[in-house]
Each structure stands twice: as C-alpha cells, then as structure tokens.
Design a protein around this ligand. Structure first.
Ligand SMILES: [Zn+2]
Length: 127
C-alpha cells in the first residue's frame, strides 16, 4: 500500500511540477518570510505586466501619431509619424506630417515665417 503511494507521488510531481515553486513560496511564507514572497510576487507581476503596459502605451502612441494621408504631389496614400519628415515612396517628394495632415516640405531657400510652436495645441486637442 505504502509503496503504491510513493509511485503515485512521483506521478503527481510530474503532473504538477509547476506547483513546486508555489509550494516553495508557501513554505517561505510559513516560516515568516511573507514579505519576501510578496516582493517576489510583485516582481513577477511587474515582469508580466510591464511588457503589456509598454505595448499598450506604444499602441496608443502609434495610433495617436501614425498619420495616413494622400501625398500632395502624386496623391498616393502615405503613412508616417506626426511631426516627422519622410519621402513619398511613389514620387520621392520630401513630405512632412504636421497637425495630422501631409504637407510637402518647403524647398530649401524658402524662408518659413510661420514658426509656430504647436506643442500646446497638441496637448489640448486630446480626446
Ligand atoms: Zn508622392
């Protein structure tokens, strides 16, 4: 009877090998190291949650800053980040996305007198 019980425990350890860390943490808690268990659990939680939070923030940021619009030169649909310069993949025109719309970059030599700081209006236009 007892020998059969030992083989059963081997099968149980194979099935529930993931349970041993939990039992180990429970043992630590039972000897007065609950703070250690809590900090380990918090650490594990942070490790698990941090990539999810980072991914959500990144997705929110991409949704907010990734702008799609027609190229003003050739009307090809182009995608780029807000307040960045890039080249149209179709006509190679230098483009800039400003305030959520695609503009053609002003040719060099042209003085742009409308130097407006848009950071304040960007923050206040949130949803
Ligand atoms: Zn183009």
């Amino acid at each position: 009877m007892n020998r059969g019980n030992s083989s059963f425990s081997v099968d149980l350890s194979n099935l529930t090998s993931w349970l041993w860390p939990v039992l180990f943490l429970g043992l630590l808690a039972s000897v007065g190291l609950g703070w250690l268990v809590n900090s380990i659990l918090i650490l594990i939680g942070l490790i698990l949650i941090a990539p999810i939070v980072a991914f959500l923030i990144l997705r929110w940021w991409v949704n907010r800053n990734l702008i799609t619009g027609p190229c003003p030169v050739c009307a090809t649909e182009v995608t780029g980040f807000n307040n960045t310069q890039f080249f149209c993949p179709n006509c190679q025109s230098p483009l800039q996305i400003d305030n959520g719309s695609v503009h053609r970059v002003t040719p060099p030599g042209t003085i742009d007198v409308e130097a407006v700081d848009v950071s304040v209006s960007q923050i206040s236009s949130g949803d």
